[in-house]
Design a protein around this ligand. Sequence first.
Ligand SMILES: NC(=O)c1ccc[n+]([C@@H]2O[C@H](COP(=O)([O-])OP(=O)(O)OC[C@H]3O[C@@H](n4cnc5c(N)ncnc54)[C@H](O)[C@@H]3O)[C@@H](O)[C@H]2O)c1
Length: 295
Amino acid sequence: MKKIKTVLIGMGKIGYTGDLKNKKKIQTHYKALNENKHIDLICVVENKKINLKNKKVKIYKNINKIKFLDFELAVVAVPTKDHFKVLKFLINLKQSKMILCEKPFTDDYKKAKQISTLSKKKNKYVYVNYFRRTIPSFIKLKHYLKKSNKVKKMNVFYSKNLIRNGCHFIDLAHFLFGKIQFDQVNKFRKELCLKSNNAFIKLNFINNRKNDNFFEINFDNKTIIVDKKTRIFEKVNTKKKQIFKNSRNEIDIFQKISLNTFIIHYLNKSQRNNGGIYNSEDLLNTLNIIKKSKL
Ligand SMILES: NC(=O)c1ccc[n+]([C@@H]2O[C@H](COP(=O)([O-])OP(=O)(O)OC[C@H]3O[C@@H](n4cnc5c(N)ncnc54)[C@H](O)[C@@H]3O)[C@@H](O)[C@H]2O)c1
């Protein structure tokens, strides 16, 4: 089968450097793309000077250099403030058919809406890498929660800030509970409350520079705990057991899993909202909630 010619834009932490020290993990796009049998990574674009061991992959300093290259897929891993201009540039290129962009979609709801409209007009697929949707243990968790129709209460603790990190959990709440909406915000305590038909979600900010996220979901006299290592437990009274054994290992290779999901979806040309694929309404709603919260 013909491989998908791909360009990667942005070779910072999530694009490239994040895996340099760890051989086992696959948490960067460069490594995931290099290891994917459907992908032919033809070049990377990075403003700063970099060296790559794989000499087959060309390095460009300026995105204009890809204007006349033949490729289908572009992966965007530049800082969030630059997503808008890079996405616009790529959507307007004839050859790019599919764009996989890092989260959040853009740094602003209005810009995301413009991109969403432009991509529909030009018939381009733009996916945003909310990778938790593609992790098998989280998909199992979604099905597990669906078994009970009791009201769920989700309590999330996230570090860094809402647009940078909290957005993952707004998206995850969409994934787990369907359409969610802004409820209220306590700016002093930095608490954001959201709700859906059958769930109440509270996002609590914790002042820590590390990626220290964890959450709990309460319903039916039990608690589901997803700890800082992304292990998933069920707790009933004082009894606690791990319910999905692979969750930790899956997070170690999340970029491989999310890329595979996107590729399968793309190759099948499927419009269905299955597995890891969201609809653009969720993407826009996440940014709208962030805008409303003013956090
Ligand atoms: N999915 C996740 O869990 C996850 C995790 C971390 C970061 N991210 C997202 O990934 C994006 C990048 O984050 P990062 O931590 O890797 O940032 P970073 O600053 O480490 O890397 C960004 C790189 O892009 C380069 N760059 C900027 N503009 C460019 C351009 N026009 N052309 C080519 N290169 C350009 C910069 O020189 C830099 O090396 C952000 O949107 C962030 O939110 C997502």
